[in-house]
Design a protein around this ligand. Structure first.
Ligand code: ADP
Ligand code: ASP
Ligand code: MG
Length: 407
């Protein structure tokens, strides 16, 4: 008997009717003879609403309390799905992340899973139950509740699949699969039949919300195929897996954008050893990810240092960087939150010249100014004004001929 892990996102669980729809889909998987574990997100909009509520109560909610509060969203949806399954005549039980053995570190609001102890899940499967696990949450060694970061239920699902040695992990969402660009922005975007872990990781890291980056990382680490498909139709989705040939696809496969981008520039920094370390150490300690870093050539031993962080981290980042900038004698520290990131991605770009030139030409023709550029072997990213992101995605999708049928 195969064991599969299915995950249903917030829009698939948005109201009672949709939860009943999920229950019917889970039932189908069960009836074809599989043992089924389901991971659920909170009902759509719940997490945002709980965050809003917390901020109404106080300006800076304490992270431990906020995690307990946010974890309740997934607890609610898991219990409702268990009830829906029982009312269809199936044996089902809901488990919180802690009950399901999701053990994490203590970094509240972005905790990492250290281990999954699947004992309780296995016991419930042996009792013939469909097991519903509340996604996005875990528990520390000190028995404090943590959350895994926005979109983290995907990561719960793949971690649970890995710990159970599941055949595959199925991620059900509100689009048919992974597309050549966000289908909400580019109606001509086409669905990919399959994509390798490496490309998918860049896609997820650089803004495609459809999968949480750490879920893709775990999938690759434990070699678990991940199916991304719609919970509203039976059309085949996109499979994320290893072993996809790189050489045959000598092209850009996807265009990705991210609006959660802010830039910090420290102006007039003395150009001497130890300065970068003094600036970036406190950010690392506070678990703030820094992405693009550019240091200008120095004039008279004075330089400018620019880097990007997530817009949602900007206030915290500025409060850490400003005192350091002052202490090292920098002139000033300025920020800009109205930015976005646009990336072209494809393993076929490796060692092949010309992609950057084509990207810059297309952005130039659309009248879009590039502020910063970064690259990896399979990605080129430009930081541009947030208001131009939509135009940029469409221009690049066209320039790289991605809207020409299923690929
Ligand atoms: P869920 O609530 O099911 O976890 P998410 O909202 O987190 O769903 O992710 C699905 C969304 O990801 C889609 O509605 C789509 O707008 C967005 N998305 C962004 N880029 C892509 C892409 N390349 N392919 C598919 N979906 C994408
Ligand atoms: N409910 C959480 C969020 O909205 C986690 C998730 O949906 O995966 O980010
Ligand atoms: Mg999601």
């Amino acid at each position: 008997m195969a064991l599969i892990v299915q995950k249903y996102g917030g829009s698939s669980m948005a109201d009672a009717e949709r939860i009943r729809n999920v229950a019917r889909r889970v039932t189908k998987a069960r009836q074809t003879g599989n043992r089924v574990v389901v991971v659920v997100s909170a009902m759509g909009g719940t997490t945002d609403e709980l965050i809003r509520l917390a901020h109404e109560i106080c300006e800076q909610p304490e992270s431990r309390e906020l995690d307990v509060l946010l974890s309740t969203g997934e607890v609610v949806s898991s219990t409702l799905l268990a009830m829906a399954l029982r009312s269809l005549g199936h044996k089902a039980i809901s488990l919180s992340g802690a009950q399901a053995g999701i053990q994490t570190d203590a970094t509240h609001s972005r905790a990492r899973i250290r281990n999954v102890d699947p004992k309780r899940i296995c016991e419930e499967l042996d009792r013939d139950n469909i097991v519903i696990v509340a996604g996005f949450q875990g528990i520390t060694d000190e028995l404090d509740i943590t959350t895994l970061g926005r979109g983290g239920s995907d990561t719960t699902a793949v971690a649970v699949a890995a710990s159970l040695g599941a055949e595959r992990c199925e991620i059900y969402t509100d689009v048919q699969g992974v597309y050549s660009a966000d289908p909400r922005l580019v109606p001509e975007a086409c669905q990919l039949e399959e994509i390798g872990y490496e490309e998918m990781l860049e896609l997820a890291t650089y803004g495609a919300k459809v999968m949480h980056p750490r879920a893709v990382e775990l999938g690759e680490l434990y070699n678990i195929p991940i199916l991304v498909a719609s919970s509203f139709s039976d059309r085949p989705g996109t499979t994320i897996r290893g072993g996809i040939s790189m050489e045959v696809r000598n092209k850009v496969r996807t265009i990705v954008h991210d609006l959660d981008v802010a830039k910090i520039t420290i102006v007039g920094v003395p150009d001497q050893p130890g300065i970068a370390s003094a600036i970036f150490q406190p950010l690392a300690k506070a678990s703030i990810s820094v992405d693009t870093i550019v240091q200008n050539a120095s004039i008279d031993n004075i330089t400018d240092l620019t880097f990007t962080v997530a817009e949602s981290d900007l206030t915290r980042a500025m409060s850490l960087v400003e005192p350091v900038a002052q202490s090292i004698g920098a002139r000033e520290c300025v920020s800009d939150a109205n930015l976005g990131k646009i990336s072209i991605i494809g393993t076929g770009m490796q060692n092949t010249p010309g992609f950057a030139a084509r990207m810059f030409q297309a952005l130039y023709e659309a009248g879009i100014n590039i502020q910063l550029i970064t690259t990896s072997e399979i990605r080129i990213t430009c930081i541009i004004e947030e208001t131009r992101i939509k135009d940029a995605v469409r221009a690049l999708h066209k320039a790289f001929e991605l809207d020409k049928g299923k690929r």
